[in-house]
Design a protein around this ligand. Structure first.
Ligand code: HEM
Length: 208
């Protein structure tokens, strides 16, 4: 029991810090995304900057809502208090995921790293909603355990941006790769990690 609380508290701490960081960085510190756009050296399509920025603001807002809504719904205490709120918050999560994916669909063709990165993002745009809808279908059929497992798989993708940037930094700063090359590795590395880590967590929870 103690371990479970510690694990959730750790998750909550990481999520809250990351959301605060994402909001501060993208709306206050660098609202023009200059630090990020400077690396777009392989653009094949013209970027409409004001539109891209607005889409990015919507993207970040709903990504943060998805992260917090998901976090809340993994809380046993919240679930026990009100199943109705769990259900409403679950729909908030699903709508947020869909809006992150729609905005991602706009940004993907202009992705840093060119076509290969774009393909990775488009793959994510298919995987994430499919996994999330699978979780919904399971609970509609009252399969609680499968619902929980598929939600763990879905929630992992809330960490896409964090994983991409951690891997990019490792390859760019650590191994001296170009930024755009590192970013492409970041996109595919994130997909692989975020598919594998939930399986490890699910196996661990099953054994417990
Ligand atoms: C849920 C957590 C997420 C957050 C907080 C987030 C945040 C951001 C931010 C701040 C950017 C601007 C560039 C940067 O600083 O990286 C961005 C770009 C982007 N995100 Fe997300 N994102 C998240 C998840 C996702 C997911 C799951 C997808 C795909 C389904 C996605 C697709 C994209 C795409 C395509 C771009 C443009 C990349 C580029 O221009 O190179 N994001 N995101």
């Amino acid at each position: 029991m103690k371990k479970q609380i510690t694990g959730y508290a750790l998750l909550a701490g990481v999520c809250i810090l990351f959301v605060l960081y994402a909001l501060a960085k993208n709306y206050i510190v660098d609202p023009g995304a200059e630090g990020f756009l400077i690396h777009k050296t392989e653009l094949t399509r013209e970027l409409n900057l004001p539109v891209w920025l607005n889409v990015m603001y919507i993207h970040v807002a709903f990504a943060c809502i998805a992260m917090l809504a998901g976090l809340l719904n993994f809380s046993n205490r919240f679930f026990e208090k009100s199943r109705k709120l769990h259900r409403i918050n679950g729909y908030v999560y699903i709508v947020s995921v869909l809006l992150v994916v729609v905005t991602s669909g706009y940004m993907a063709p202009h992705a840093t790293g060119g076509k290969v990165s774009s393909m990775g993002f488009n793959l994510l745009n298919l995987i994430w909603p499919a996994i999330t809808i699978t979780a919904l279908v399971h609970i509609k059929k009252k399969r609680i355990l499968q619902h929980r497992n598929w939600m763990i798989r879905s929630y992992a993708f809330c960490f896409t941006n964090m994983a991409i940037h951690l891997i990019t930094t490792l390859f760019h700063q650590g191994f001296g790769f170009t930024y755009s090359g590192s970013y492409t590795i970041g996109v595919y590395g994130a997909i692989a990690l975020l598919l594998v880590i939930p399986e490890i967590i699910i196996r661990y929870l099953r054994r417990k």
